[in-house]
Design a protein around this ligand. Structure first.
Ligand SMILES: [Zn+2]
Length: 506
């Protein structure tokens, strides 16, 4: 994995930054309001001042005064949101071995904070980039490191003492939390509780190899902060079975079995709004348990061609990533051995039931966040974030609720809500600025923009994030994307690489 290079992008920080005349869409469910001037001093928001009404000239007398050495950013007609939080990421890997590529795709889509789920490049590597990002020595979102449980242990963890030792060492090393995949119940219980006692956070992908003995209810009761994906939740909702209806020749190492049958999980769970469904939901909400569904990472399962032919692949997907996505019995998440109508219909129904749960969870006061898990299954960094916003919209969230999930909810899950997640006096200067209203069309946030036909019948692209501001440093989002495009075209040049569809003959 290539380290991120020293920061060569971004303007600032300045002693004072004033963003002028923007329409604010906060993460708090407040409706849009503008024009406002937003003042940042010493990387903290010091004022949010309403300076007029739409469609009429701004009243100059109400405007905050620029101090010497300060910077003004004219943003009249634009929309400003809190910086986005992605609650489930991996910083590349062998399939995308350049931190710069991944970081720029995130920042270009407004992602200013990421929860790194597993520290797959090694905890030291992640912590080094976390520190460099904190100091803005590299161009990257702020990073929170959740170490994969048991990573680096000299032997597999099997006793209470080994569990305690590992959890304490992880905290000492400076990790922010633990990412679990599951373990024996006693070990899960001990690890989650000790980690919480030490003040760290925890998230779990409840692997199907363990959900028979420990599902999301067990985790929530022990004090886990969030569940990732869907696994372990349908299992908590089982009524007439203890285990999913595995086909009798199922093999977990055969990923078409694994993902094909995972697409039939929700229909085996208690029906929406049934007594058991209600009871489990209410208990999870009562435990302040967060859902990080990462709907986008499974979307290819319900519409493979959509994910595979997404218009950004040609310009922005690295050859190594494209090769990794290809149908392959050995690569993770490349389970397209014989994937067609029946599998996709199962997944469509699975999503419908899952989304019903997510929307009602939100309605009853439960916390749902925006996570992506990009880098697998045709899901590209950054672009997947916007797609996840659209999927929550599809689940029934109002666009303002989608933005809250993306910002304040993510900040709360990270334990950082006093610093980030909304635009309020005292918080850090992390913002997303867009020329189009994202509430009216979330697709305008894609780096590839949205299609518009002008009055004189020309077809144009509009949107894309205009500026991403992190710690008061202004990044030109389109420049970041141009850098990514350049990285990809250079990677293709050496062997004249062209993206081809699976099975295509030359
Ligand atoms: Zn993941």
């Amino acid at each position: 994995m290539q380290d991120a290079p020293a920061r060569a992008e971004g303007d600032g920080p300045w002693s004072q930054l004033i963003i002028r005349g923007v329409t604010l869409i906060n993460g708090t469910l407040a409706p849009p309001i503008g024009p406002v001037d937003i003042v940042v001093e010493g990387n903290r928001i010091s004022q949010v001042v309403t300076v007029g009404a739409p469609g009429v000239p701004i009243d100059a007398r109400r405007r905050p005064v620029l101090k010497e050495g300060g910077k003004e950013l004219q943003a009249e007609g634009m929309f400003l949101l809190p910086g986005f939080v992605d609650t489930h990421v991996h910083i590349g890997g062998s399939q995308a071995p350049m931190a710069e590529y991944v970081f720029k795709l995130w920042l270009a889509h407004g992602v200013t904070t990421v929860l790194e789920a597993g520290s797959m490049n090694g905890l030291d590597w992640v912590l080094k980039h976390k520190r460099q990002s904190e100091a803005n020595e590299i161009t990257a979102p702020r990073i929170l490191a959740y170490t994969r449980f048991g990573m680096g242990a000299s032997q597999p963890i099997s006793t209470e003492q080994q569990t305690l030792d590992w959890v304490r060492q992880n905290a000492q090393k400076g990790a922010d939390g633990i990412k679990f995949f599951g373990a024996e119940p006693q070990i899960m219980e001990t690890a989650i509780k000790e980690n919480k006692r030490l003040g760290l956070r925890s998230k779990a992908h409840h692997s199907q190899t363990y959900v028979g003995g420990w599902n999301v209810l067990h985790s929530a009761r022990a004090g886990l902060n969030s569940m990732e994906h869907q696994y372990g939740l349908p299992e908590a909702l089982f009524q007439d079975r203890k285990v999913q209806d595995y086909s009798l020749d199922y093999n977990y190492q055969n990923e078409q079995d694994r993902f094909g049958e995972a697409g039939q999980l929700w229909k085996q769970a208690a029906a929406p709004f049934s007594a058991h469904w209600n009871k489990v939901m209410d208990e999870l909400i009562g435990l302040d348990f967060t859902l990080s569904p990462t709907l986008v990472i499974y979307e290819a399962s319900r519409d493979l061609m959509r994910a595979r032919r997404a218009e950004w692949h040609e310009k922005y997907t690295l050859p190594s990533l494209w090769e990794f996505y290809k149908p392959n019995r050995q690569a993770h998440g490349s389970y397209w051995f014989s994937w067609g109508t029946e599998q996709e219909l199962n997944w469509k129904e699975n999503y419908r039931l899952w989304m019903t749960f997510l929307n009602e969870y939100k309605n009853r006061g439960g916390r749902v966040t925006v996570g992506t898990d990009a880098g697998f299954i045709y899901a590209l960094y950054g672009f997947s974030y916007v797609r996840e916003l659209e999927l929550l919209r599809e689940a029934g969230f109002h666009p303002l609720e989608v933005i809250q999930a993306a910002t304040l909810n993510g900040a709360q899950l990270a334990g950082m809500e006093s610093d980030i997640g909304s635009v309020e006096v005292g918080k850090l200067a992390d913002f997303v600025i867009a020329e189009e209203n994202p509430l009216a069309n979330l697709q305008t946030l894609y780096g590839t923009g949205a299609i518009r036909v002008t009055e004189d019948n020309r077809v144009v692209r509009v949107g894309g994030v205009k500026y991403t501001i992190k710690d008061g440093i202004i990044y030109d989002a389109k420049k970041l994307l141009a850098d990514v495009e350049n990285i990809v075209s250079q990677a293709k040049q050496s062997d004249q690489y062209v993206i081809k569809q699976p099975g295509d003959v030359d």
